[in-house]
Design a protein around this ligand. Sequence first.
Ligand code: NAD
Length: 484
Amino acid sequence: MSIERLRNYVNGKWVESSSQSTGDVVNPALGEKIAEVPFSTPGETRRAVETARDAFPAWRETPPLERARYLFRFKDLLEESFDEIAKTVTLENGKVLHESRGSVRRGIEVVEMATGIPSLMQGSCLEDVARGIDCEAIRQPLGVFASIAPFNFPAMVPLWFLPTAIACGNTFVAKPSDRNPLSQQKIFELLDRIDLPAGVVNLVNGGRETVETILDDPDVKGVSFVGSSSVAKAIYDRAAKSGKRVQSLGGAKNFITVMPDADMEKSVAAITESCYGCAGERCLAGSVLLLVGDAYEKFRDPFLRAAESLRLGNGLDEGTTLGPVVTRAHLDKVLGFIERGIEEGANLVLDGRSPRVDDYPNGFFLGASVFDDVDPSMAVASEEIFGPVVCLIRVNDLEHALSIATANPYANATSIFTSSGRAAREYRYRADASMIGVNIGVAAPMACFPFGGSKGSFFGDLKATGRQSIDFYTDQKVVISRWY
Ligand code: NAD
């Protein structure tokens, strides 16, 4: 089988990168290379930015209603190709097909939101701010924006940004993950079919050098990054230094508190999905379970049974409920965490390290794993693992749970399971993560709400999606008028 070498999409055309430096895209269930991705040269990256810069003046003048019509066409094509894109996500990322479908649906919802741009982008006006003087605030696009995306939601995450950015009248350069850029190729094939003016949207494959070229380019006005926290912080610093707008979404360590009064059956189901869905490679995945008082006895065994019953396999196969992790290197990293947990004295009560997955001997599989008797100071309880490994900690009360959760430097998402409105309110009030679930295991904001964490999980101020994204992609100009 010939291996496809991926191309860039620049100025309305598919172009080969001349780069000799390449990476492999590997199907995680089979452990087989399925495509080759070029690490584009700085010159190629610069060309994409210049193209977007040159396309900006005419695109900005295109009425918002017309810009929205392109997005309606894009949405129709995404629906037509829905299954193909979802399948591609499973092939390149490993997640189970229904999880891929869910992620593509979430991406389409951002396109739907962005079609409302004629309303969303409106400004405001107040007559008589002083006698005979009126004041209006208008929103204007800024120029070229770029996105830099992670491996875990290869179709969805870039769609958090591009639709809204171009709906606002900006032009765009997307840099997909270098580990799994295939679904973005498919999505750009659809963008190619909606006949946008050349240069409005561009795709550049690459890694660190490509990213740094984007960050240093004075023609790029703003950058949206999603990935690990150390890179997110570096991106924030470097982009801010060159005067850009930045929203930089980082890693996570998500705590889930279970109160003794929670509905245990429903909580076990929701928390199992939170921790092991997408093989734990979700920035919203539950990672440390804080079991309050006798919630520990009520919850522990049913949860272990639920985790043990997950069926490892190829995400394309019917009946699979836990797919592989993304790469061999990532599997080794997660296994390293399990070793550290054991060395630190945690009790590995469910060990997924020797999985039996018939028919897929070379896949990057790891069974659901659970540590008990965990101390919050251990690496497994404090650092991001990003795999199907969960820690159980018995805590005395809500206060104790909150003290552990808020001591962690990450603050992406957290959830509480309870039947007490008072406990839920207290949790919402005091937890410092900014995506909070109450009897919800994956607190993923819909497209019309802001997506992003706080503390070490987010660098910037305006978050992805929702009205904040309109603020991010526009400048607000105020005009004060007096007519004699
Ligand atoms: P990553 O940081 O390794 O890579 C993200 C992107 O940055 C990729 O496009 C990569 O090519 C590029 N990159 C990598 N190293 C770089 C460097 N040194 N300089 C410049 N660019 C660089 O992240 P990943 O492993 O692809 O994704 C997983 C991480 O993303 C996890 O930490 C996860 O929590 C996080 N994530 C966060 C959110 C959120 O909403 N906060 C959502 C999804 C994923």
